[in-house]
Write a protein that binds this ligand. Structure first.
Ligand code: DAH
Length: 340
């Protein structure tokens, strides 16, 4: 019997079937129910007990080898047939896995889209900026207490240069270089010297809007805010304006929207008030217009500014700010297929 096993193995080793049908014939010969290997297994029952161990092992090995060899022969022929496919230019290509858009980009693009529909264009400015554009022109004189609110990073070699603490510096750049009517938005990154935690970061993103023309009034601002809130959070959203203070706007306000998580009933997110704050705004202070060379008797305007992280948290309930800058693929994958 051992000779039979050896000769079957030798035959398999040298077998060179030319077609898939020949491979199938080989499989039938060796492995089908009435094939050589099942026949051996049958004979195995009557071998003397002392040979069982050796023969059993040899048969098992032959079976494993035959299965592997026949599969390899089949694959080899399949591949040759497959190479003809490779030149089939009508075959669909392999799928390309698209990356995901960052949630902050999704929200930024959405807000840009809203202002775009209102006729605003995008303005840009440097992140390393001089004191005049970030503070002075915006009515923050030196030693003004409002400067303390902004935990500024200064450039060590030149204390006149700072990392911008708000995108309002882009407003200054536009007002000093363009003539009204001005209708711009400035999305961008800003920096503040804060300890990094779930609720604060040393950099984040803002988006401001500025509109300056003849006869721009507070009701224009209000209407724009209403449109923005409803486009962003849905038709039923209510807005509320609370008096506030910013050096560059007078009067100034902060806008709350009805909490989009509980619908205004009161929940943990809005601390039971039914309202959440989303932006600062106001009528551009005449001092600012004058500092930038715009005649405040002829022109008036409004400005508003918001944190993109804040809006994103409200829309997608991201509870830890650090997730936005850690590049954890598990977090980013959650936004697959989400488009502005
Ligand atoms: N610059 C303000 C801040 O960073 C936000 C802001 C408030 C921007 C009112 C504005 C505005 O344009 O009108 O806190």
């Amino acid at each position: 019997m051992i000779d039979k096993i050896k000769s079957l193995r030798a035959e398999l080793e040298t077998a060179a079937p030319g077609t898939l049908e020949d491979v199938e014939a080989l499989r039938i010969k060796y492995l089908s129910k009435k094939g050589e290997i099942p026949a051996l297994m049958n004979d195995f029952r009557s071998v003397p007990a002392e040979q069982k161990r050796e023969l059993g092992q040899a048969i098992n090995e032959l079976k494993a080898y035959a299965t592997e060899r026949i599969n390899a022969l089949r694959d080899g022929l399949g591949q040759t047939a497959g190479s003809a496919d490779a030149t089939d230019l009508t075959r669909p290509s392999s799928p390309v896995r698209l990356g995901t858009r960052h949630p902050l980009s999704i929200v930024r693009e959405e807000i840009i889209g809203i202002f775009h529909r209102l006729g605003y264009t995008i303005a840009d400015g440097p992140e390393i900026e001089d004191d005049w554009h970030v503070f002075e022109a915006l009515n923050f004189p030196p030693d003004h207490p409002a400067r303390d609110m902004q935990d500024t990073f200064f450039i060590a070699k030149n204390p006149d240069m700072v990392l911008r603490t708000h995108t309002s510096s882009v407003q200054t750049r536009v007002m000093t270089t363009q003539k009204p009517p001005i209708r711009i938005i400035c999305p961008g990154r800003v920096y503040r010297n804060e300890a990094i935690s779930a609720r604060a970061h040393c950099f984040f993103h803002q988006l401001e809007a500025l509109y300056i023309d003849k006869d721009v009034t507070y009701s224009d601002l209000r209407q724009t805010l209403m449109y923005l809130a409803r486009e962003l959070f849905g038709e039923d959203t209510k807005i509320r304006l609370r008096p506030s203070y910013f050096p560059f706007t007078e009067p100034s306000a902060e806008m709350d929207i009805s909490c989009n998580i509980c619908g205004g009933k009161g929940c943990a997110f809005c601390k039971g008030t039914g309202w959440v704050e989303i932006l600062g705004c106001g009528m551009v202070d005449p001092n600012v217009l004058e500092a930038c060379g715009i005649d405040s008797k002829e022109y008036s305007g409004f400005a508003l500014g918001m944190g993109i992280e804040r809006i994103t948290n409200l829309k997608y309930r991201v509870s830890d700010l650090r997730l936005f800058s850690e590049n954890d693929a598990r977090f980013l994958d959650e936004f697959t297929g989400t488009h502005a």
